[in-house]
Design a protein around this ligand. Structure first.
Ligand code: NAI
Ligand code: 2PC
Length: 316
């Protein structure tokens, strides 16, 4: 291994350096570039996954090269479907940034905050593009890390009048509400949370549907973030078949999304197609954005963190 030693950028520094207002435009640009399928812009294969059977988990490898931007990275992410009351982590991630010319590692960056923030920011982009104007009520199913990052970005950029949260126990939902200073309502059931909601975010570790089409208001927008394996579900067939389905990556959804594969629903477009103007945003319909997570999102987030880190005088 030659070249200068890599920078190690820890979680608290990523938290300090990454802001949604800077991240969102970069992610929009990256989603648009990805959907052009121009190899000079983005090379990003579908995530490779290695099962960790003993631990009910998977290691995902997410390499990405953005030639014109000079960004080469890979995320290593472990995600688990453990016993419901396990205190072990659900997702752990690291992003490695490399020099594309020399091949040396420039930085090893905590991937927890990047994963939480870029995933929530992409869901917020989906809502910006696909929710109906005047959306007032947001429902979040799940009370973990992604629930919090989604709460943060959705309330930062949209003027929701009401935010509802459901967890598997009322205690978890109430704890979540306390953690956000009381700016949400804890609901006793998923149905209670989503009935009448304009935007619904599903961020659970469930492998079976937690959101049912019969509860969903026509014209609502759903950002479906969990269920990232071909046999895992968060949404039922009724919803998947009634909705117009968007994805981050069509190939990713066809390979990894149980909600898409098992329901037989068609992916109408990628978010990047809407951003590029090659597919319409059907806001008046019920829409589902199926998020699997993409390496290109981690690549632009890591570049932003690294550039900001270098610009901080105490490091140079
Ligand atoms: N699409 C993407 O880019 C990404 C997706 N994910 C996925 O998002 C989901 C949430 O991730 P985190 O918030 O980091 O996990 P977490 O472990 O912090 O939170 C998971 C939440 O799901 C709940 N839960 C677990 N089993 C459940 C069940 N059977 N029914 C209902 N709720 C259940 C837990 O109580 C907790 O509230 C996971 O499925 C994860 O794999 C995570 C990162 C990126
Ligand atoms: O993109 C990502 O980091 C993940 N998607 C599913 C679990 C982790």
């Amino acid at each position: 291994m030659s070249g200068p030693p890599p920078a190690i950028i820890w979680e608290h520094e990523v938290e300090r350096l990454l802001q949604y207002r800077e991240l969102i435009p970069r992610l929009e640009e990256a989603l648009g570039k990805f959907s052009k399928r121009d190899s000079a812009e983005v090379i990003q294969p579908v995530r490779s996954t290695v099962p960790l059977q003993k631990h009910s988990g998977f290691l995902g490898l997410m390499p990405t090269y953005m030639e014109n931007d000079g960004v080469l990275s890979t995320k290593l992410v472990c995600f688990y479907n453990r016993e419901t009351h396990s205190s072990l982590p659900g997702v752990q991630a690291t992003v490695v940034l490399l020099d594309p010319e020399y091949g040396n590692v420039k930085a090893v960056i905590d991937g927890e905050v990047i994963t939480a923030m870029r995933t929530a920011a992409v869901s917020a982009i989906s809502a910006k593009l696909l929710m109906r104007p005047g959306a007032d009520v947001l429902a979040i199913l799940g009370t973990g890390k992604q629930a919090l990052s989604h709460f943060n970005v959705f309330t930062e950029i949209f003027p929701f009048k009401e935010v509802r949260v459901w967890g598997r126990s009322r205690e978890r939902a109430e704890k979540f509400v306390r953690s956000v200073g009381g700016a949400a309502w804890a609901c006793g059931s998923a149905e209670e949370a989503v009935r009448g909601a304009d935007v619904i975010v599903t961020v659970t570790r469930s492998t079976k549907p937690v959101l049912f089409g019969q509860w969903v208001k026509p014209g609502a927008h759903v950002a479906a973030v969990g269920a990232c394996r071909p046999d895992w579900r968060e949404l039922d067939d009724v919803l998947m078949k009634a909705a117009v389905v968007y994805a981050d990556s069509r190939e990713g959804a066809m390979a990894e999304s149980g909600d898409v594969i098992l329901s037989g629903a068609e992916v109408f477009a990628e978010l990047g197609d809407v951003i590029n103007g090659t597919k319409p945003a059907l806001r008046e319909k019920t829409t589902v954005f199926k998020s699997l997570g993409m390496g290109v999102e981690d690549a632009v987030s890591a570049k932003l963190v690294f550039d900001q880190w270098k610009a901080t005088a105490s490091h140079v």
